[in-house]
Structure formats: structure tokens, C-alpha cells
Design a protein around this ligand. Structure first.
Ligand SMILES: Cc1cc2nc3c(=O)[nH]c(=O)nc-3n(C[C@H](O)[C@H](O)[C@H](O)COP(=O)(O)OP(=O)(O)OC[C@H]3O[C@@H](n4cnc5c(N)ncnc54)[C@H](O)[C@@H]3O)c2cc1C
Length: 486
């Protein structure tokens, strides 16, 4: 009897998306399976967001909506109950708490650990973590070969791209400051070691969530100096609030996804006005749109998507990506006390100025100025022009035609079951993608409430496909073993 090869799934990326895909495969598979999760750069099992070690970095979603498993909505809150430090909180308080992100990282790690080191030696599925960078993928007769930066290769039947967020795009003049001690190109890697002495100036380029992280850390470190944050719109993220229900939006007789951008924008504006007139927070409308966002985005034409990005995305982002009230209070207090200055201007470029970094700004009225910083941190948000990706792996996939950009060039083109579409328009026989790589296809594809559903669905898709592989086994004895396994 020939012993069949164990099915092997390789997952590239060990952030939330990759880790939870591995966990879902392990918990749902009824047959033996080998899973290898390859990750580099950020902590494995945590990724960028939950790899932070800073206790002041909080989740921007309350605990009640942070279960990693869509089929167990209370899972995160129940897991928190295993920790003594939250014992004093009532169930209601616990559910409404914005937990430290590193605690959420512990949650993900503990889920992964459970399957990576199963205590049950009869476990059907085991997960192996590998610290390496996948540099390329080559198709094979029955799957693919992963080429690792370490020089090793790895053969797999199926491969999942869960490579997550890329560091911010380069700014004009980036090359001139790349090795400057006062420049930080990646805000998610250590910049605290570059902290200038008190009395100096730090400039944060961007005013979004990453900037808020940096501000909160500087306040926690009690760094005393001048702190600037600059962006084109100068808008800081808003705070979460306890809203009252608004039964009038969305109107029962309207299919939001079939309206088109212009009519939808008018409808939203009308309802925002109504709420403002009632003294209620219009941000509620964005929350009510959230369950419909992916469907709306998919029915927009590319012209409407581009129009949305140009006209509405900045405002959408500050309302949609809200922050914990305690974090918002700290940021606003820093503004009120003059410790933090917000500038509204375009960043024309960055340049070395001796020991300092010069940031050239252009205001709306055309006036130009230069800010001098002892430390400048690029917090402009993840790079999203997919064809210009700096990932060697993604560049290689584009060059070989194993993947192509989506129609918005924001990520990789996939079919509705997350199978990657090759340059020729064919479904890949082995490659799937999830997470922020699907931003162009779904728009809302970056936060846990969406990613947990994706990681479950992609696991189910793979498990459904694997039995089909058994049909290819022709030796009857061999097939019997496969049928037992799958
Ligand atoms: C600072 C920050 C805070 C956030 N806070 C929240 C929050 O509170 N709540 C919420 O719902 N969402 C939050 N988000 C959104 C967040 O993007 C998602 O929740 C989620 O963490 C994304 O996970 P991911 O696995 O898709 O990507 P990532 O976390 O980016 O992980 C991808 C991993 O893949 C690795 N990788 C990439 N290419 C390769 C390669 N070729 N070979 C090997 N490894 C590779 C990367 O190095 C990285 O470790 C936050 C995002 C950020 C950036």
C-alpha cells in the first residue's frame, strides 16, 4: 500500500489573517493536514497591529466585537475571563472595554499555540510556524514551490497570501533621508530608540490612527518637546460614542447597493443633516452603512470608486476608524495644552537639514513652509498602489503573471471565493488571498470584524476543495487511505 502524501497548506503572513486561517483550518478539518505559517518582520501570530508591546496602544473596537471567530461571537470576552487582571470588571464593563492591543495579540497567540502544540497527540492537524520571508512562488504539477529568502524551498498543495499591510509609501525626497538618524520610514518598527532629547521637535507625517499611536506613546513616555502632526486635511480620528438607535437609516425601501455613488452620497448627506438637527452624532450613519459597505463597493463602477476615494475617503476614514474615548481625550488634551500642533498642508517633500529633517509643506492657498524635525515619522498609512508594491514576493507574482492587480490597483485580483486570478484571467489552481490585499475588491477588508469572516471562509473553501484531490488517486489501496483521511 502506498502511503499518500499529507496535504500541505502554506500560509504567507502571520498576522491576524494568516493566523486565524491556520486556526480555522485546524479546528474545522476532519482529515490530517499539515499547515506551515511563514512570517517575517513583525511578531508571528500577532502581525503589525497586535505585535505592539506598548500597553497604551488600545484596540479601536470594543471587546464585544473582537472575537476572532465569527461562529463564536463571545469568544474574546470569554477568553478575557481567563485572565485575573480583568476579574473586577462586570460582564457589561468587560464587553465595552477597549483592551490593550498586546492583550489581543496574546489572545491570537494562545489560539495558535493551542493548535501548534496540541496536547492531544492524535491531533489531525498541526501548525508549524516558520520565521522566514517568502520571496517567490513557482507553480508545480500539483501545487506550488515557495522560494524562501533563507535559501530553503517549501512545497505546498495550496498557498494563501495573507501578507497584510505594507509600510507607508515613500514621500518625495525619501532617498535623501533613508539613512538619516532622524528619519523613520516605518512607524510600526521601533522608533522610540531614536527619540530626541526634550525640547526638540518631532513631526508626525499623517493624522490618522498610526499618528495617534505615536502621540499616545510620546505622552506615555512623558516626552517633552514640540509635537507636530501634519496632513492634507488635518483631521484627527473621531472618538467612539454611545449612540442611540436611528430607525430611519437605512430607509427600509431603499437598496443601498443599487443607488450609485451620487444618489447614495445625497441620501447620506440628508440623513446626516437630520441627525445634526436632532443634536445626534451623524457618524452613526457610517456605522449603519458598515454592513452594506462591501456590497456597495462591489456594485460601484471603477469611476465611482475613484470618485469616492478623491472626494469622500478622507472624511469617511476619520469617521469610520474611530478611537477609544480615553485615547481621544488624551489627544485632545495635548492639543488644548499646546503640546500637539496639527497642521493642514500637503507634504511636498522631505530632505536632510544637517542633523535635522526638513519637511516641505504646501498649504491650500499655495504658501510654502518648512518644518524642522529632530525626528520625523512617516505615518501616512499603508502603501496601497499594488503595482508599485515593495514586497519582493508580490513583485515576483506580478512579473510571472501568477497574480494581477485588481481594477483599482489597490490589491490583488480575486474571485468571490478569494482565489487569485492570474494575468491571463484564469483562476489560480493553488493561490488564494485574504486581508488588506482585497481592499480594492471589497474596500472594507482591513479590520477584525471583516477579516475573521474571511479567514473562516477561506479555510472552508480549502477544506471543501481538498477532497476533490482524492479523486485523482487511482491506486485503490491508496484511495482508501485518502478517503479515510479526508
Ligand atoms: C497599528 C494598527 C492598529 C490596528 N488596530 C486595529 C483594531 O484595534 N481593531 C481592528 O479590528 N483592526 C485594527 N487594525 C487593522 C488591522 O489591519 C487588522 O486588524 C489585522 O491586524 C490585519 O492583519 P493581517 O494579518 O491581514 O496583516 P498584518 O498584521 O500586516 O500581518 C501580515 C504579516 O505578513 C508578513 N509578511 C508579509 N509578506 C511576507 C512574506 N513575503 N513572507 C513572510 N511574511 C510576510 C508581515 O511581515 C506581517 O507579519 C489595526 C491596524 C494597524 C496597522
Amino acid at each position: 500500500m502506498i502511503v499518500p502524501r499529507l496535504r500541505h497548506i502554506a500560509i504567507i503572513g502571520g498576522g491576524f489573517s494568516g493566523t486565524m486561517t491556520a486556526v480555522n483550518l485546524a479546528r474545522l478539518s476532519e482529515s490530517p493536514l499539515r499547515i506551515t505559517l511563514i512570517n517575517h518582520c513583525y511578531p508571528s501570530g500577532r502581525g503589525i497591529a497586535y505585535g505592539t508591546r506598548r500597553p497604551e496602544h488600545l484596540l479601536n473596537v470594543a471587546a464585544r466585537n473582537m472575537s476572532a471567530m465569527p461562529d463564536h461571537p463571545n469568544h474574546f470576552v470569554e477568553w478575557l475571563r481567563t485572565r485575573t487582571e480583568f476579574a473586577a470588571l462586570s460582564d457589561t464593563e468587560l464587553r465595552e472595554t477597549f483592551m490593550p492591543r498586546r492583550v489581543y495579540g496574546d489572545y491570537l497567540r494562545s489560539l495558535a499555540h493551542h493548535y501548534a502544540r496540541p496536547v492531544d497527540r492524535h491531533a489531525r492537524v498541526q501548525i508549524e510556524f516558520r520565521d522566514d520571508e517568502v520571496a517567490d512562488i513557482k507553480p508545480e504539477a500539483d501545487g506550488a514551490r515557495l522560494i524562501l529568502a533563507s535559501g530553503h524551498n517549501l512545497d505546498a498543495d495550496k498557498v494563501i497570501l495573507a501578507t497584510g499591510n505594507e509600510p507607508p509609501a515613500d514621500l518625495p525626497g525619501n532617498d535623501t533621508v533613508a539613512n538619516h538618524p532622524g528619519w523613520c520610514a516605518n512607524p510600526w518598527l521601533d522608533w522610540e530608540s531614536k527619540l530626541p532629547p526634550a525640547g526638540e521637535t518631532i513631526v508626525l507625517l499623517g493624522t490618522g490612527l498610526t499618528t495617534v499611536d505615536a502621540i499616545i506613546t510620546l505622552l506615555a513616555l512623558d516626552w517633552r518637546g514640540t509635537l507636530h502632526a501634519v496632513s492634507r486635511h488635518g483631521l484627527l480620528p473621531q472618538s467612539h460614542f454611545k449612540g442611540t438607535e436611528d430607525p430611519l437609516f437605512p430607509p427600509a425601501d431603499v437598496d443601498l447597493a443599487s443607488l450609485g455613488l451620487e444618489a447614495l452620497a445625497d441620501l447620506v448627506e440628508t440623513h446626516c443633516e437630520r441627525l445634526r438637527a436632532q443634536g445626534a452624532n451623524p457618524a452613526m450613519i457610517v456605522d449603519k452603512l458598515r454592513p452594506h459597505t462591501q456590497r456597495i463597493w462591489q456594485t460601484f463602477t471603477d469611476a465611482e470608486r475613484r470618485e469616492f476615494i478623491t472626494r469622500y475617503a478622507a472624511r469617511w476614514n476619520v469617521i469610520r476608524h474611530r478611537i477609544a474615548p480615553s485615547i481621544h481625550r488624551q489627544v485632545m488634551t495635548a492639543v488644548d495644552e499646546g503640546r500637539l500642533q496639527i497642521s493642514r498642508a500637503s507634504i511636498a517633500g522631505v530632505k536632510p537639514l544637517g542633523a535635522k529633517i526638513g519637511i516641505d509643506l504646501r498649504a491650500r492657498d499655495g504658501t510654502t513652509s518648512t518644518l524642522e524635525a529632530a525626528l520625523a515619522i512617516n505615518c501616512t498609512g499603508p502603501h496601497t498602489r499594488f503595482s508599485a508594491t515593495r514586497s519582493q514576493l508580490l513583485q515576483n507574482l506580478l512579473a510571472s503573471g501568477l497574480a494581477q492587480p485588481d481594477s483599482m490597483n489597490m490589491g490583488v485580483r480575486v474571485e468571490s471565493d478569494f482565489t487569485v486570478v492570474e494575468r491571463g484571467g484564469h483562476r489560480s489552481s493553488f493561490l488564494l488571498a485574504i486581508g488588506p490585499l482585497l481592499r480594492g475588491t471589497l474596500w472594507e477588508s482591513i479590520a477584525v470584524p471583516e477579516l475573521r469572516g474571511q479567514s473562516l471562509r477561506v479555510a472552508q473553501t480549502l477544506l471543501d476543495e481538498l477532497p476533490a484531490a482524492a479523486a485523482r488517486w487511482t491506486d485503490p489501496a491508496e484511495k482508501a487511505v485518502m478517503e479515510y483521511w479526508i
